[in-house]
Ligand binder design. Structure first.
Ligand code: 6PG
Length: 245
């Protein structure tokens, strides 16, 4: 069973997650002189990004040593309202002294989603310097979870779920009639630490399913997030946690 932290309110969740990120950043920077984090998309993490951007808060990060990546991206340009990069840029990255070379955006404006995925994977190879057949080792990956059990852009029944020889894959999501670019499960599961964020009563059902029901023959995508490091923690507010308390 993964570690589950339940917070009284969404605000307490955002602060708790920001503190956890700051702890990971401090440990990684002390150990290696840099910190690599893959941000999540969606609306839940916005509050965490805003908390991190509050320059006087004790959770501020070592910006010059912190490298920002994304777990997934919509197939849109960075200025598009649905861009995961755009959300993080507006809430955090435009407000802190992180060097532009430390921002590793998924080039989702590239027309061919396969080429966009390859370009992002080349960036990961360059940064993490892992050998062929190896995997990037993010210090921390932030994930959300959809009410259908998807995470990053790994949606139930989609092809990217079965990609086991690449760190990044394009993924056609029929239910959205759109392409996504996403980290694959092996890339996620080789991270040092993974935080799954969930807030709001609409997530209570999927948390109960994901954390209290066995995955069986076809586990939910979120149930397949099992870091080899065993560094998985769910950070949820009381409303979302209703399904598991
Ligand atoms: C995305 C995210 C996705 C998200 C979940 C939860 O690109 O949308 O990566 O996996 O985390 O859909 O989204 P909310 O936080 O908005 O509920």
């Amino acid at each position: 069973m993964p570690e589950i932290q339940v917070f009284e309110s969404p605000e307490a969740l955002y602060t708790g997650a920001a503190e956890e990120i700051a702890r990971s950043a401090e440990a990684a920077t002390l150990q290696k002189g840099r910190f690599s984090i893959a941000l999540s998309g969606g609306s839940t993490p916005r509050g965490v990004y805003e908390r991190l951007a509050e320059s006087q808060c004790e959770q501020s990060l070592p910006w010059k040593e912190t490298h920002f990546f994304w777990g997934d991206e919509r197939h849109v340009p960075p200025e598009h309202p649905e861009s995961n990069f755009g959300i993080a840029w507006e809430a955090l990255l435009s407000k802190v002294a992180v060097p532009s070379r430390n921002i590793h955006r998924i080039p989702a404006e590239v027309e061919d989603p396969l080429r966009a995925a390859k370009l992002y994977e080349d960036d990961l190879l360059q940064f993490f310097r892992y050998p062929p057949g190896g995997w990037p080792r993010f210090d921390l990956i932030l994930l959300g979870v959809g009410t259908d059990g998807h995470t990053a852009s790994l949606f139930p029944g989609t092809e990217a779920l079965s990609v086991d020889d690449r760190s990044v894959a394009p993924n056609w999501v029929e239910s959205l009639a759109s392409w996504r670019i996403t980290l694959t499960l092996p890339a996620i599961n080789h991270a040092e630490r993974v935080i799954v964020l969930a807030a709001g009563g609409e997530k209570a059902g999927i948390l109960r399913k994901a954390l209290r029901e066995p995955g069986g023959e076809t586990p939910l995508p979120i149930q397949r997030v099992r870091p080899l490091s065993e560094g998985l923690v769910w950070m949820v507010d009381r409303e979302a946690g209703r399904g598991i308390l």
